[in-house]
Ligand binder design. Structure first.
Ligand code: PA5
Length: 452
């Protein structure tokens, strides 16, 4: 079973000046309990669904995966934000480095994977160049079905497949809201194969739904283990969840910046997933009673030990305005023994492993930060696999939801993202957004004086 430990020694007042005291921790734990009970109410009323995802039946996903295996050279996944970041975290952590460069046989007759998220022509045009229509399976993921980047990329890929006479019903699956939205309407009208993103599972909480699981199983990953890891957190990790939430509640007020720094290159994309989950969920102007609160702090991501050579100087001696959450991995698969005989100056490495070095750097960085009164917490997983990744997803989803609800903000919406989207619809000529185009054009008036 996935095992995560939380070590918060270097965040407490006994260890660092300005750290959280026992009384403060107790008070924040009380707030976290309140957040958890609010979350339980929302789950009970059916408004929030992510905690139920570990119990879902995965049989149909596996059926699709066996249909695809051996038949397609490429899997193109179209989606952005909560519809793609989870998958990228999964592939980064669990597929071998350079996966797309392996041959079909080396990949176990599984497809290569391309994520088409940005509306950047250089990405889409490369994918069109590399993939052959007959050998390409496509997943289009958008809960709302209206996101402009996804809509645009969807039209490109559909055009690419249709022009080659491909049976779209066979080679394309849509994952979207089962009741509403343009993608749902298109899918129903054209008899497309579809999977649901339930109404009560928001984009950034959807990685353990078909959004992340269907592409993961198509890529040969064990999604039942991922769900088992998530389940172990949902059912057995309340103390850890509440304690981490309490520490975040405390430091969110003390430190304007929160850094997530995994010590493994395989968790870089996980940090990007976290960045969205934390930022979009907690950054809110109003609370649930419409009181102006300007809640949230700013996340930044770093990767150990690489960013010790890039960011650490700032973390150590710049403004003391950060909490660092480290993620460590206690044992690495395929760890490599070092032999330092090459040069006397490297002799000290002999007998150690590369993973040992990485973990030594993590431990020493955390202590060095604490000597400068910079707090950190450490989450450690035993290894990187389906179970531990599922557990980390669920742990952070719980923690972020609890932190938000404890402050009485809504961690499940993103009202401020809407305005920019509406202006973009207007500019691109979407029907019904003419007024937004006019408003934008007026607001975007530029003075020549300030353009040089
Ligand atoms: O968390 C969210 O809800 C957002 O980040 C969405 O995932 C993102 O905007 C994409 O939306 P959609 O899945 O509706 O295309």
């Amino acid at each position: 079973m996935a095992k995560i430990t939380l070590d918060y020694n270097l965040a407490v007042a006994k260890r660092i000046k300005g750290g959280i005291s026992d009384d403060e921790l107790k008070a924040c734990l009380g707030q976290a309990e309140l957040g958890l009970s609010r979350l339980a109410d929302l789950v009970k009323s059916g408004e929030v669904g992510f905690p139920n995802l570990p119990k879902q039946d995965t049989t149909t996903f596996k059926g699709i995966a066996s249909e695809i295996r051996g038949q397609y050279n490429d899997l193109v996944v179209i989606g952005i934000g909560g519809s793609s970041l989870g998958l990228e975290a999964i592939t980064n952590a669990l597929l071998p480095l350079g996966y797309n460069s392996l041959s079909f046989d080396e990949r176990g007759k599984l497809p290569r994977v391309w994520v088409l998220d940005n509306s950047d022509p250089s990405v889409a045009s490369s994918i069109l160049k590399y993939c052959k229509p007959k050998e390409t399976f496509v997943l289009v993921i958008s809960k709302s079905g209206a996101t402009v980047e996804t809509a645009a990329n969807f039209t490109i890929i559909m055009d690419f497949l249709s022009k080659a006479g491909i049976d779209l019903k066979k080679q394309v699956i849509l994952i979207t809201d089962p009741q509403k939205g343009p993608l749902c309407e298109y899918g129903k009208a054209n008899g497309m194969r579809m999977f649901d993103v339930d109404n009560n599972v928001g984009g950034r909480y959807s990685v353990l739904s078909p959004v992340g699981l269907l592409p993961a199983v198509i890529l040969g990953l064990d999604i039942d283990k991922m769900l088992a890891g998530a389940c172990s957190v949902a059912e057995g990790d309340k103390k850890r969840i509440l304690t981490l939430a309490a520490i975040y509640i405390h430091y969110l007020k003390q430190k304007p910046i929160h850094i997530l720094m995994p010590y493994s290159s395989k968790l870089r994309k996980f940090a990007e997933w976290f960045n969205q989950l934390y930022g979009e969920s907690l950054g809110k102007r109003y609370d649930r009673d419409s009181k102006e609160v300007f809640y949230g702090n700013t996340t930044a991501i770093a990767c150990g030990s690489i960013d010790q050579h890039s960011q650490l100087q700032l973390y150590m001696e710049g403004p003391n305005d950060k909490l660092v959450t480290f993620i460590g991995v206690s044992s690495f698969e395929n760890d490599i023994k070092l032999n330092g005989e090459l040069n006397e100056a490297y002799n000290y490495l002999t007998g150690h492993t590369l993973g040992e070095l990485l973990n030594a750097e993590l431990a020493t960085t955390a202590v060095a930060l604490s000597l400068n009164e910079r707090p950190s917490v450490l989450l450690e997983v035993d290894r990187i696999n389906e179970e531990s990744l599922g557990a980390l997803f669920m742990l952070f989803e719980y923690v972020v939801a609890i932190v938000g609800l404890a402050a009485n903000i809504n961690p499940f919406d993103q009202p401020a993202v809407e305005l920019g989207k509406q202006f973009a619809y207007g500019l691109m000529g979407r029907k019904g957004y003419e007024a937004k185009k006019a408003e934008f054009t007026q607001l975007n008036a530029k003075s020549e004086e300030h353009i040089i």
